[in-house]
Design a protein. Structure first.
Length: 172
Protein backbone atom coordinates (compact mmCIF):
# COMPACT_ATOMS: atom_id res chain seq x y z
CA UNK A 1 0.00 0.00 0.00
CA UNK A 2 2.67 2.54 0.87
CA UNK A 3 5.32 0.64 -1.10
CA UNK A 4 4.20 2.05 -4.44
CA UNK A 5 3.74 5.56 -5.73
CA UNK A 6 0.20 4.65 -6.79
CA UNK A 7 -0.66 3.22 -3.36
CA UNK A 8 0.60 6.33 -1.59
CA UNK A 9 -1.32 8.56 -4.00
CA UNK A 10 -4.48 6.50 -3.45
CA UNK A 11 -4.16 6.89 0.32
CA UNK A 12 -3.36 10.62 0.13
CA UNK A 13 -6.43 11.20 -2.04
CA UNK A 14 -8.56 9.13 0.30
CA UNK A 15 -7.33 11.02 3.34
CA UNK A 16 -8.26 14.28 1.57
CA UNK A 17 -11.77 12.97 0.75
CA UNK A 18 -12.33 11.38 4.15
CA UNK A 19 -13.49 14.70 5.57
CA UNK A 20 -16.52 14.60 3.28
CA UNK A 21 -17.75 11.50 5.12
CA UNK A 22 -16.02 11.69 8.53
CA UNK A 23 -19.01 12.90 10.53
CA UNK A 24 -21.41 10.43 8.87
CA UNK A 25 -19.07 7.49 9.51
CA UNK A 26 -18.08 8.55 13.04
CA UNK A 27 -21.71 9.03 14.11
CA UNK A 28 -22.76 5.69 12.62
CA UNK A 29 -19.88 3.82 14.28
CA UNK A 30 -20.78 5.40 17.63
CA UNK A 31 -24.51 4.66 17.23
CA UNK A 32 -23.80 0.99 16.57
CA UNK A 33 -21.10 0.77 19.25
CA UNK A 34 -18.47 -0.23 16.71
CA UNK A 35 -14.73 0.52 16.87
CA UNK A 36 -13.69 3.87 15.45
CA UNK A 37 -10.91 2.06 13.56
CA UNK A 38 -13.51 0.69 11.13
CA UNK A 39 -13.39 4.13 9.50
CA UNK A 40 -10.30 2.74 7.74
CA UNK A 41 -12.46 0.32 5.73
CA UNK A 42 -13.82 2.89 3.24
CA UNK A 43 -10.32 4.32 2.91
CA UNK A 44 -9.11 0.88 1.82
CA UNK A 45 -12.21 0.06 -0.21
CA UNK A 46 -12.80 3.24 -2.20
CA UNK A 47 -10.39 5.88 -0.95
CA UNK A 48 -13.54 7.57 0.37
CA UNK A 49 -14.74 8.08 -3.20
CA UNK A 50 -18.38 7.36 -3.92
CA UNK A 51 -17.56 5.09 -6.82
CA UNK A 52 -20.46 4.18 -9.08
CA UNK A 53 -18.81 1.42 -11.04
CA UNK A 54 -18.33 -2.23 -10.16
CA UNK A 55 -14.64 -1.68 -10.73
CA UNK A 56 -12.42 1.17 -9.75
CA UNK A 57 -9.42 2.05 -7.70
CA UNK A 58 -9.22 0.15 -4.44
CA UNK A 59 -6.60 -1.26 -2.11
CA UNK A 60 -8.95 -4.15 -1.34
CA UNK A 61 -8.42 -7.46 -3.11
CA UNK A 62 -11.32 -9.23 -4.72
CA UNK A 63 -14.47 -8.33 -6.60
CA UNK A 64 -15.22 -4.65 -7.04
CA UNK A 65 -18.30 -3.04 -5.59
CA UNK A 66 -19.85 0.41 -5.56
CA UNK A 67 -20.20 3.27 -3.14
CA UNK A 68 -17.92 4.47 -0.38
CA UNK A 69 -18.03 1.06 1.35
CA UNK A 70 -17.79 -0.82 -2.01
CA UNK A 71 -20.68 -3.19 -1.44
CA UNK A 72 -21.20 -5.85 -4.06
CA UNK A 73 -24.80 -6.00 -5.26
CA UNK A 74 -25.86 -9.19 -3.39
CA UNK A 75 -24.58 -7.88 -0.05
CA UNK A 76 -26.23 -4.52 -0.64
CA UNK A 77 -29.55 -6.21 -1.39
CA UNK A 78 -29.21 -8.46 1.66
CA UNK A 79 -28.95 -5.33 3.82
CA UNK A 80 -31.99 -3.72 2.22
CA UNK A 81 -30.44 -1.53 -0.44
CA UNK A 82 -32.00 -1.32 -3.89
CA UNK A 83 -29.60 -2.18 -6.69
CA UNK A 84 -31.20 -2.38 -10.10
CA UNK A 85 -31.02 -0.79 -13.54
CA UNK A 86 -32.75 2.37 -12.28
CA UNK A 87 -31.58 2.82 -8.66
CA UNK A 88 -28.34 2.01 -6.92
CA UNK A 89 -28.64 2.87 -3.23
CA UNK A 90 -25.01 1.89 -2.70
CA UNK A 91 -24.33 5.40 -3.99
CA UNK A 92 -26.33 6.94 -1.12
CA UNK A 93 -23.63 7.34 1.55
CA UNK A 94 -26.13 7.44 4.43
CA UNK A 95 -27.98 4.29 3.37
CA UNK A 96 -24.80 2.41 2.50
CA UNK A 97 -23.09 3.45 5.74
CA UNK A 98 -26.03 2.18 7.78
CA UNK A 99 -25.96 -1.10 5.84
CA UNK A 100 -22.19 -1.38 6.44
CA UNK A 101 -22.73 -0.91 10.18
CA UNK A 102 -25.36 -3.65 10.27
CA UNK A 103 -23.07 -5.91 8.23
CA UNK A 104 -20.21 -5.35 10.71
CA UNK A 105 -22.50 -6.06 13.65
CA UNK A 106 -23.53 -9.34 12.04
CA UNK A 107 -19.95 -10.30 11.18
CA UNK A 108 -18.65 -9.59 14.67
CA UNK A 109 -21.59 -11.42 16.24
CA UNK A 110 -20.75 -14.47 14.14
CA UNK A 111 -16.96 -14.50 14.45
CA UNK A 112 -16.39 -12.69 17.78
CA UNK A 113 -13.12 -11.36 16.38
CA UNK A 114 -12.50 -8.14 14.48
CA UNK A 115 -9.77 -9.65 12.29
CA UNK A 116 -12.12 -12.39 11.13
CA UNK A 117 -14.96 -9.88 10.73
CA UNK A 118 -12.73 -7.76 8.48
CA UNK A 119 -11.73 -10.81 6.45
CA UNK A 120 -15.40 -11.73 6.08
CA UNK A 121 -16.27 -8.18 5.00
CA UNK A 122 -13.89 -8.56 2.08
CA UNK A 123 -14.03 -12.28 1.29
CA UNK A 124 -17.47 -13.22 2.57
CA UNK A 125 -18.48 -15.09 5.71
CA UNK A 126 -18.60 -18.40 3.85
CA UNK A 127 -14.95 -18.13 2.83
CA UNK A 128 -13.94 -17.38 6.44
CA UNK A 129 -16.04 -20.26 7.82
CA UNK A 130 -14.46 -22.59 5.26
CA UNK A 131 -10.93 -21.41 6.06
CA UNK A 132 -11.50 -22.00 9.78
CA UNK A 133 -12.94 -25.47 9.17
CA UNK A 134 -10.20 -26.58 6.78
CA UNK A 135 -7.26 -25.08 8.68
CA UNK A 136 -8.50 -25.91 12.18
CA UNK A 137 -7.78 -22.46 13.58
CA UNK A 138 -9.67 -19.22 13.98
CA UNK A 139 -6.53 -17.09 14.22
CA UNK A 140 -6.88 -14.62 11.36
CA UNK A 141 -3.11 -14.07 11.17
CA UNK A 142 -2.40 -17.80 10.96
CA UNK A 143 -5.13 -18.19 8.33
CA UNK A 144 -3.55 -15.35 6.37
CA UNK A 145 -0.04 -16.78 6.76
CA UNK A 146 -1.27 -20.14 5.44
CA UNK A 147 -2.94 -18.47 2.45
CA UNK A 148 -6.44 -19.51 3.50
CA UNK A 149 -7.41 -15.82 3.72
CA UNK A 150 -6.04 -12.81 1.89
CA UNK A 151 -4.23 -9.88 3.52
CA UNK A 152 -7.31 -7.66 3.90
CA UNK A 153 -7.34 -7.55 7.71
CA UNK A 154 -3.66 -6.56 7.72
CA UNK A 155 -4.28 -3.92 5.05
CA UNK A 156 -7.08 -2.35 7.11
CA UNK A 157 -4.93 -2.39 10.25
CA UNK A 158 -2.03 -0.76 8.40
CA UNK A 159 -4.44 1.84 7.07
CA UNK A 160 -5.51 2.66 10.63
CA UNK A 161 -1.87 3.56 11.28
CA UNK A 162 -1.79 5.73 8.16
CA UNK A 163 -4.96 7.52 9.32
CA UNK A 164 -3.33 8.21 12.69
CA UNK A 165 -0.03 9.24 11.07
CA UNK A 166 -0.75 10.68 7.59
CA UNK A 167 2.89 11.69 7.25
CA UNK A 168 3.55 8.03 6.42
CA UNK A 169 2.27 8.73 2.89
CA UNK A 170 3.36 12.34 2.50
CA UNK A 171 6.49 13.54 0.78
CA UNK A 172 7.52 10.23 -0.81
Amino acid sequence: MTQTKEGRAFLRGGLDRQGDYAELVDVALAEYGLPRELAAVPLVESGYANIGLETGDSLAPGVGGAGVWMFIAPTARHYGLTVDEINDERLDPELETDAAMRFFVDLYNEFDDWGLALAAYNQGPGKVRHAIAVEGTSDVWELTRRGALNQYAATVMATVLVMEHPSLVEGW
